[in-house]
Design a protein around this ligand. Structure first.
Ligand SMILES: [Zn+2]
Ligand SMILES: [Zn+2]
Length: 247
């Protein structure tokens, strides 16, 4: 063991004595950092088997080629593939809400590891990870963009570039809560773009669009269209959690 890693291990032990590792979800004691206790792990709906190739929602059975869910068969998706690590339910929902509203930035790294496991097959040469943007007002109120945190850690896991502000929301869009699918798509149309000074980040490259949760897909669609308009060669999507209709 090298001296610095020896001291790093010592420090780690010391930190654990003072701050023992806690479950990300319930705060109970766990064995190692960035983990879930056995109970929360069981209550977290990880997506492991067959998923829709566009939105990641779990599908029944197995298949040797790309399958699409009913929703994605009915709504045009401007991206080519999408993956989700969790279903937005139970502990999956709680983790997303804690990351978004609860100032729990520590969730981003393990969450990105779950996303990386699910999204690795989307990797393309020269790909860049880009988060779904928050409008400046919301960013100032919340102090951080949870999608940017996920994009940063996901890019690190996958060994690709990332750019926190390749996309911008030109105006504050009203909350999408309570809006139906058509209203959501209308509200966001043309509201997100790649600013001129960031065009060179996405031009001629494949983009991995990152968000915490996908509901209707309206926000991701607006972002994907903006990337393609700025010259991205392809857009893929990686989200932490996918809202499943029957969840
Ligand atoms: Zn727990
Ligand atoms: Zn789908």
């Amino acid at each position: 063991m090298r001296a610095d890693s020896f001291w790093a291990a010592r420090m780690q032990t010391l930190v654990h004595l003072v701050y023992p590792p806690r479950c990300l979800s319930c705060g109970g004691l766990v064995e190692s950092d960035f983990g879930l206790c056995a109970e929360c792990w069981r209550d977290t709906p990880f997506i492991a088997g067959l998923g829709c190739d566009l939105c990641g929602v779990p599908l029944p059975g197995s298949s040797d080629h790309a399958e699409h869910c009913d929703e994605c068969l009915n709504i045009p998706r401007p991206w080519t593939h999408g993956r989700a690590a969790l279903v937005y339910a139970d502990t999956g929902r709680r983790l997303v809400l804690s990351l978004k509203h609860g100032d729990r930035q520590d969730i981003a790294r393990p969450a990105a590891q779950w996303m990386a496991r699910r999204s690795r097959d989307l990797l393309r040469p020269d790909m860049i990870a880009v988060p779904v943007p928050l409008h400046l007002h919301r960013l100032l109120r919340r102090r951080y963009n949870q999608s940017a945190l996920l994009a940063e850690h996901l890019a690190r896991e996958l060994g690709i570039d990332w750019c926190p502000d390749a996309l911008e929301r030109r105006e504050a869009t009203p909350s999408l809560d309570g809006k139906d699918r058509n209203e959501r798509f209308e509200t966001l149309q043309g509201k997100i773009n790649v600013p001129a000074w960031r065009t060179r980040m996405v031009e001629g490259r494949p983009v991995l669009l990152v968000d915490d949760v996908m509901t209707s897909g309206a926000t991701l669609a607006a972002c994907a269209e903006a990337c393609l308009a700025a010259g991205a060669t392809e857009v893929c999507v990686s989200v932490l959690a996918r809202v499943a209709k029957d969840a």
